[in-house]
Design a binder for this molecule. Sequence first.
Ligand SMILES: *[C@@H]1O[C@H](CO)[C@@H](O)[C@H](O)[C@H]1NC(C)=O
Ligand SMILES: *[C@@H]1O[C@H](CO)[C@@H](O)[C@H](O)[C@H]1NC(C)=O
Ligand SMILES: *[C@@H]1O[C@H](CO)[C@@H](O)[C@H](O)[C@H]1NC(C)=O
Ligand SMILES: *[C@@H]1O[C@H](CO)[C@@H](O)[C@H](O)[C@H]1NC(C)=O
Ligand SMILES: *[C@@H]1O[C@H](CO)[C@@H](O)[C@H](O)[C@H]1NC(C)=O
Ligand SMILES: *[C@@H]1O[C@H](CO)[C@@H](O)[C@H](O)[C@H]1NC(C)=O
Length: 321
Amino acid sequence: MQSPCCCLLSLLFYLLLLSGTWANLDGTFTIWMLQTTTFQNTSFVEMEGLGLLEDIKLGYLDTHTWSIHFYQPWVRSVLPQADWDTFEKLLKVYFQEFSHLINKGGMERDIPYPFVAQCMAGCVLYPNKTSQAFAYMGYNGQDFLSFNTKNATWTFSKDTKFSRYVQSLFQNYTSSDMLEIFINDSCVNEVKMLLHYGRAALERQELPVATVFTHIPSLDQLLLVCHVTGFYPRPISVAWLRDGQEVPPGPALNTSPILPNADLTYQLRSVLAVAPRDGHSYVCRVRHQSLGTRSLLIPWESSSKQMEESESRNSTVSKED
Ligand SMILES: *[C@@H]1O[C@H](CO)[C@@H](O)[C@H](O)[C@H]1NC(C)=O
Ligand SMILES: *[C@@H]1O[C@H](CO)[C@@H](O)[C@H](O)[C@H]1NC(C)=O
Ligand SMILES: *[C@@H]1O[C@H](CO)[C@@H](O)[C@H](O)[C@H]1NC(C)=O
Ligand SMILES: *[C@@H]1O[C@H](CO)[C@@H](O)[C@H](O)[C@H]1NC(C)=O
Ligand SMILES: *[C@@H]1O[C@H](CO)[C@@H](O)[C@H](O)[C@H]1NC(C)=O
Ligand SMILES: *[C@@H]1O[C@H](CO)[C@@H](O)[C@H](O)[C@H]1NC(C)=O
């Protein structure tokens, strides 16, 4: 019989029994399986399952047909069709068992409906070829249980009757031998297999497009905004140069988090507060893997006449010394 969350690990483990050609990509790679189960009432449960390699969606489980849909055509090549078929069957049993057991425990403990259970399991492969597996469960958006790979133990975040039940349930299904093999070998193999087939997707590079404009919140303050979008992969460096010198972090400098666009590119903005007509020159500098050793340099050109207006300039690529 299949088990809850920790079973996501054994499903991954199953995938890993298959060998593959290894890729030579360097870096840290994470493979994830995400599950969201909404218990609307005691008889109605909705599920979603999603697999990811880094930020690339690999596939999801259609719970009406219990079949995996691939977001990326190359994912199918990772396994022979017969293995995908078996994997789909295992997922179906797992999801059904999960909702049955959680529902049962929830009802017995008068857990209020609706509630949402989320599971996340996967592993990280480090450049030194060691790996680390992880598994977590959330309940109504809060941390609920986490799995410690060192002693193969589930621990709850909050001690409640329900968290004790789910912890005991998961613990009963967790075989430490299986996990040890998973942690030692399987994660590494699986990630390497995916890296082999998904190399092009992982190595995809999209150039950032940067725009500089101003915002004037008050007469004595000018905000210089550098908006950078359309880049992939996610890591990027955006800095403001004042008279050629990088402006250090401080209260005048405000950089947004990196946010996703709908097309699996990213965007962010860096805002620098300056005094109007301070006589300095300002340039937004963007460095990104897709630019190689070059940088994008977008100057903000001030003149007293343009001060009252927003000025917009498009990216220009410049060589830097
Ligand atoms: C459970 O929720 C579904 C969908 O909202 C609804 O159709 C059904 O009548 C509900 N069942 C009970 C027993 O409340
Ligand atoms: C491998 O790298 C990870 C992440 O940097 C580190 O935590 C781990 O200790 C390293 N393992 C070995 C055996 O060097
Ligand atoms: C397992 O390890 C975690 C973290 O190190 C610890 O909090 C927990 O008590 C351990 N559980 C057992 C059963 O040893
Ligand atoms: C886990 O196993 C123990 C010992 O067999 C049993 O007492 C307990 O009820 C089980 N927990 C769950 C949630 O099934
Ligand atoms: C996993 O790795 C640890 C440490 O390298 C080792 O002690 C253990 O025997 C390995 N287990 C398996 C099942 O290969
Ligand atoms: C910036 O580029 C866009 C699209 O390439 C173009 O429509 C726009 O006119 C350009 N703006 C300036 C200020 O050059």
